[in-house]
Every structure is written in C-alpha cells, then in structure tokens.
Ligand binder design. Structure first.
Ligand SMILES: Nc1ncnc2c1ncn2[C@@H]1O[C@H](COP(=O)(O)OP(=O)(O)OP(=O)(O)O)[C@@H](O)[C@H]1O
Length: 291
C-alpha cells in the first residue's frame, strides 16, 4: 500500500469563525491508507478542521490541498469530488426513504447509479427497499445511513466525525469492517472522536487541538506482536510489565499471546524480551486487527 501519497495537506492553515481564531497555523498531512485521529475538548475546532477539507469553508491564511488541488474561495462548483464525509448529525430529508435520500445526493455528482447506492445501504446493514421515511429511523439507523452516504461514491478521502455515535454492537462491527476495507483500498481517513478506545483502535497517528494549534498525541500506530513461548509463566511475566497482552490459542502446541507496543522491528522486540528475561520460541509481527 502506498503510504507516501498525501491526499490531504494543510500548510500553515488559519481560520477564524466569528470573533474566534479557531485554527492557527495548522500543518498536517494524511496519506493514502492512513487514519489520522483528531481529539480535543468541545469547541476546540475539530469539526472546523474536517469542514476545511470538504471545501465548504476556506482557510483565511495558508493552504488546504485535497488530492493535490488547493481548496479556495470561488471553487464552489468544483468542490473536491473525492471526499466522503459524515460530519455532525447527518442531515436527511425526513419525509423520504433512505434510498431516495441517498439517490438525490448521488444525482448531484452523477458518479454512481442506483445500484451502487443500494450496495452502500446494504453494506451498513440497512435494507434499501425499506420504504419508511427517515424521520421514523432510530439514531443508529440514521448514523448507518450517514456512513453509507459517506462511502457510496467510493471516495479516496473520508472524514468521520463521531462515526459510531448511536451505533449498536452490530453497527460497530460493520463499521470496523468498512474501515478495514477503506484503508486497504488506500483511502485517507480523518476521524474525530471523543471515544478514546475508538481513536486507539483505528488511528495510525493522533493529534490534539489546543488553543487553535495541533499537537501530536501519538505519532505512529503501535505494532502487534505474536509471542510464542515455552511456558505460560513467560507470558505472565510480560503481562506483569504492564503491557497490553492478549493470550491466544496455542501455536504448534506452544503458549502464545499478542502484545502491542512501540517496538519498531523484531530485533527491538527481541532485545526487550531478553532484557526482561523472557525466553521465546518465536516472535512475529502480526496485522493489527480492528475488531
Ligand atoms: N459559524 C460560526 N460562527 C462563529 N463561531 C463558530 C461558527 N462555527 C463554529 N464556531 C465556533 O468555533 C469553535 C470550533 O467549533 P467546532 O465545531 O470546530 O468545534 P469541535 O471541536 O468540533 O467541537 P465539538 O467537540 O463540540 O464537536 C467553537 O467555539 C464554535 O463555537
């Protein structure tokens, strides 16, 4: 997967709303296949940051580039077509069905046909033939429809503001699968959430907005390592170091567990284990699983 290709680029971006300097001198890139998390207290400017990528608002100073093109005033007819967004509560026409709502939105860009809209609705676990008006949808159903709308045109940039808001367990699992798919297909994702667990699970890098500026919270995703040992007490010893360790099924008859941490490569991981006196049969880097 190409991680070099920056699909979103903020360069020295400042934005004032009313009297408030919401964002000040923001630099940020989001690459293809990368998930960047934005956190911070209410009103700090997270949604504003996402809205700048949609092209619906413009920077006062600096530049926002989306798929290589600068977003600026006067481009209203040329909004970035490659952006899918679920920002704040999704707004739908309440008297129309989910399918009708998304078909109307799809007609704006005319990039996809009804079949593709139907597929997106099915992907989030809703029934495209459900004729009930959106006003009778639950919060979770509306949120699912919002996710379907964000992904239906297969954008290569996705903006998610509190994406699992109101979702039940099944909805969260579906969302997890969608995130995995999108990242594998090379989408660049920006996610705003107050849910720490969600941010940790999905985001490669995390930033906090404080007084209008962006501060790194985590600069790379923790890697997952499968550690195979001769006996369970070695795994217990790792756990006692306060590390995140999940015991898995035995591997070739040996006790094994998955440990998450910042070690950059296998050598670093091995020297750490030797340092704490853990003997291993094998150590392998494994895929991070979103579920
Ligand atoms: N149109 C506007 N005019 C004036 N001020 C605005 C406008 N839109 C937003 N703001 C202010 O800009 C600030 C940033 O708002 P934003 O919605 O980006 O915050 P947020 O971090 O997403 O908050 P939350 O966590 O509550 O969703 C807030 O103080 C808000 O009151």
């Amino acid at each position: 997967m190409d991680k070099i290709n920056n699909l979103v680029e903020f360069t020295k971006v400042s934005k004032k709303l009313g009297n408030k300097q919401v964002l000040n001198d923001i630099n940020l890139t989001v690459a293809s296949g990368e998930v960047v998390g934005i956190v911070g207290p209410n009103g700090c400017g997270k949604t504003t940051l996402l809205r700048l990528v949609t092209g619906l608002i413009y920077p006062d100073r600096g530049e926002v580039r989306v798929s290589g093109r600068a977003v600026r005033l006067g481009l209203i007819g040329e909004l970035p077509a490659s952006v899918g967004a679920l920002i704040e509560s999704p707004a739908f026409l309440p008297q129309l069905s989910g399918l009708k709502n998304l078909t109307i939105l799809a007609d704006i860009q005319q990039k996809i046909n009804e079949q593709a809209v139907r597929e997106a609705i099915k992907r989030v676990g809703l029934d495209p033939d459900n004729r009930k008006p959106v006003k009778s949808y639950s919060l979770g159903m509306r949120q699912r429809l919002g996710i379907a709308q964000a992904i239906m045109e297969k954008p290569n940039i996705l903006l998610f503001d509190e994406p699992t808001n109101g979702l039940d367990q099944e909805g969260k699992i579906l969302f997890s699968g969608i995130m995995k798919e999108q990242v594998e297909q090379g989408a660049a994702v920006m996610m705003v959430s107050h849910n720490k667990e969600e941010i940790n699970r999905y985001c490669d890098r995390v930033f906090m907005i404080q007084n209008g500026t962006l501060h790194p919270v985590r600069e790379q995703r923790d890697k997952s390592w499968l550690i195979i040992t001769n006996n369970l007490s070695d795994l217990e010893h790792i756990y006692q170091q306060g590390l995140l360790l999940q015991i898995t099924e035995r591997v070739d008859g040996y006790p094994a567990g998955i440990c998450k941490g910042k070690w950059k490569n296998r050598d670093e991981m091995m020297s750490f284990l030797t340092e704490i006196g853990v003997k291993t049969v094998d150590v392998r880097e494994v895929e991070n699983d979103y579920i």
